[in-house]
Design a protein around this ligand. Structure first.
Ligand SMILES: [Zn+2]
Length: 269
């Protein structure tokens, strides 16, 4: 009889323990005031930012997503800090050799994860079934016990100029409310309000396929119940977007709108 009772109690503990661990993780995320901003791609000495770039300089200059975010991530951080949140900025590579970008990186305290091979695939330390290029940034983000993780990118779908307007926040499952709030905010303040998008609103796409770009960054965050998304809302291959973003005043507005969207979400939790 005593043995039966022990087995029964053991079975109940086994059933409840994962649920408790899940609830504890969810509570930790909800109580967190830290947002991690990851600058996408990396800077290669002599070659510059290794993300997507404009086909040429005809739309107000060259625009490359990694370099763009080194220049403007401080605006996102400023919005978050003004609203009372802590902000950690990461990049999977090393400090840029370009003096202006290096100065910008130092000013906002970018943590360079130094993958150490920024182009190699790594397993996540937190969730080893997840693997991707750049996943060590996601791991570092989870080390920070964040409320949210934002992977800062610009979109591109062509090597030549092409009018593309179907940009979106690519998010994990637990990131849908955040992505929706952010999309609503940029649709209210940015798309069609300075940033030309031919009437097409910014979308929200759930990405759970680890084989697709950034899929496992989002999955590993989802495994820890952390809302995460990739900002693929404007296209460097769209001449209208490039012309807009090549103006520093517009670029700052764009970056700040992303920060404002995150704040609106965090305040709604
Ligand atoms: Zn990118």
């Amino acid at each position: 009889m005593k043995a039966t009772r022990c087995i029964l109690i053991g079975a109940i503990i086994c059933l409840l323990a994962p649920q408790c661990a899940q609830q504890q993780m969810q509570r930790q995320v909800l109580e967190s005031n830290t947002v991690v901003l990851d600058i996408g791609h990396y800077y290669a000495p002599g070659r510059g930012g290794q993300g997507a770039r404009t086909p040429d300089t005809s739309c107000g200059g060259m625009l490359e997503e990694c370099e763009f975010w080194y220049k403007y991530v401080g605006e996102v951080k400023d919005v978050l800090e003004q609203a009372g949140y802590c902000c950690v900025i990461t990049n999977r590579g090393d400090l840029p050799t370009d003096p202006a970008l290096a100065a910008a990186a130092r000013q906002v305290g970018v943590v360079h994860v130094k993958s150490p091979q920024p182009t190699a695939v790594y397993l996540s330390r937190h969730h080893p079934k997840r693997m991707a290029v750049g996943i060590l940034s996601a791991d570092y983000a989870l080390d920070c016990k964040p409320a949210a993780v934002i992977f800062l990118h610009l979109n591109s779908d062509s090597e030549t100029w092409k009018i593309s307007n179907k940009g979106a926040f690519y998010c994990n499952r637990v990131g849908v409310p955040m992505a929706t709030t952010m999309a609503e905010h940029v649709n209210r303040t940015l798309f069609g309000h300075g940033l030309p998008n031919r009437g097409m609103p910014c979308g929200v796409v759930i990405r759970t396929d680890g084989h697709k770009g950034g899929g496992d960054w989002l999955n590993t965050c989802n495994d820890s119940w952390v809302p995460a998304l990739i900002t693929e809302i404007a296209f460097v291959s769209n001449p209208e977007h490039a012309r807009f973003l090549n103006h520093p005043i517009n670029a700052k507005r764009f970056a700040r709108a992303i920060g404002e969207g995150v704040v609106l979400y965090l305040r709604s939790r």
